[in-house]
Ligand binder design. Structure first.
Ligand SMILES: Cc1ncc(COP(=O)(O)O)c(C=O)c1O
Length: 392
């Protein structure tokens, strides 16, 4: 029978976040704790909501021009100067997108020809893998080194480079591991990217979430790298604005300009009201970001401490984002069976590591973007469930 779908759409899989979510919802327990979501549980701060209400009443309800509002692009350019030390032309070097997701889509569509290879971290964020797959580009996975805090080693990256390698995707702080690339690691990657003339796509949606002494470094700020780096970023995580769908892609004008075609074909422009809210987010008081980070720090500690006490669970402490990615291989179950068991027995939803690449079927991703009470309750329930399971 004729397949009514394209080969492209057949070639990619549905995101594991939703597959496991559907499983939990079908079971229908009323006390389930959802630690599968990469979504801040906080309300969008009040001054940002206020700006959106004013935008509606002020008539900002039309198309905005494909690049996005001028004042927002100027604020983004200034923000990048302040935080990364780079000069980005607000006119041709910034496109306001519908979330980081659309920024990534523009980057992959704009850079990759079918058959071009792009180095991606393993474990990977499924959104990246699906988008690259839809472009016809080939994601080449380079393992993140767990013992070193989930960073890339120079040797592992170099080994995967071929004549077809066109780009390198950096996702730091990382989803799903919480790993953060160090300056040393980024310096080495810069050398490789320069030597092989690669475009670097740097997904920085978790840039505001690092813990302890860990510093966030954007590869764009390493000398010589701004010319070849496309930064994709978002207001979703930093300002608890996932539903607003606003983010951006920024970098060298020569790289960014042509991506407008993809952006136009995808969404025409990012939502006008959300853009006004994003402007308030970037130019308004930043205490809310610090407060949320403080809350994540506390939840992270509770989760890590809790995981440490569970016999059979090994967890490399995550330095950024809001995920832990513990190794549960000692229990002898694959990650899907393990996650499903946690839903049935503990009423806690996590994401199976296998959804981030086959190599990671002995891990699960736990999000701590949830209240401290829920994180504590979940730790207790997981602990009780695991104490009743035989290990290998
Ligand atoms: C690494 C990464 N990039 C991009 C996104 C997309 O986020 P948004 O489109 O809401 O900015 C996510 C969402 O979870 C993510 O984890």
């Amino acid at each position: 029978m004729r397949d009514l779908h394209s080969k492209r759409v057949r070639s990619v899989e549905r995101s594991p976040f939703y597959v496991i979510w559907d499983y939990a919802r079908e079971l229908g327990f009323t006390d389930t704790i959802y630690l599968n979501l990469g979504e801040p549980d906080f309300e969008t701060p009040e001054h940002i909501r206020k700006a959106a209400k004013e935008a509606i009443d002020g008539g900002y309800t039309h198309y905005t021009g494909d690049r996005g509002y001028n004042d927002l692009r100027s604020a983004i350019s200034e923000h990048l100067k302040d935080t990364r030390g780079i000069d980005v032309d607000p006119e041709d070097g910034v496109i306001v997108t519908s979330g980081g997701a659309e920024g990534n889509w523009c980057a992959f569509m704009g850079i990759l020809n079918p058959g071009d290879e792009i180095l991606v971290p393993s474990p990977f964020y499924p959104g990246h893998k699906i988008q690259i797959g839809l472009t016809g580009g080939i994601p080449i996975t380079v393992p993140l080194n767990e013992e070193e805090g989930f960073v890339w080693s120079k040797e592992d990256v170099e080994e995967k480079i071929t004549k077809k390698t066109k780009a390198m995707l950096i996702c730091s702080p990382n989803n799903p591991t919480g790993g953060v690339f160090t300056r040393k690691c980024l310096n080495e990657l810069s050398e490789i990217a320069t030597e092989h003339n690669l475009v670097v796509i740097s997904d920085e949606v978790y840039y505001a979430m690092t813990y302890g002494d860990t510093e966030f470094v954007s590869i764009s700020s390493i000398p010589g790298m701004a010319e070849r780096t496309l930064i994709t970023n978002s207001f979703s995580k930093t300002y608890a604005m996932t539903g607003w769908r606003v983010g951006y892609i920024a970098g060298n004008s020569e790289l960014v300009k042509d991506l407008l075609k993809v952006h136009y074909a995808s969404t025409i422009n990012a939502p006008s009201i959300a853009q006004k809210a994003a402007l308030a987010a970037l130019t308004g008081p930043q205490d809310c970001v610090g407060e949320m980070r403080k809350a994540y720090t506390e939840r992270r500690e509770r989760l890590i401490e809790g995981l440490k006490t569970m016999v059979g669970v090994k967890c490399t402490p995550p330095n950024g984002a809001f995920y832990a990615f513990p190794d549960i291989s000692e229990f002898g179950l694959n990650s899907w069976d393990f996650s499903k068991l946690l839903i049935r027995e503990a009423h806690v939803v996590t994401v199976p590591g296998g959804g981030f690449g086959p190599k990671w079927d002995g891990h699960i991703r736990i999000s701590y973007a949830n209240s401290i009470e829920n994180v504590e309750k979940a730790v207790e329930r997981i602990s009780t469930t695991l104490s009743g399971i035989h290990r290998k």
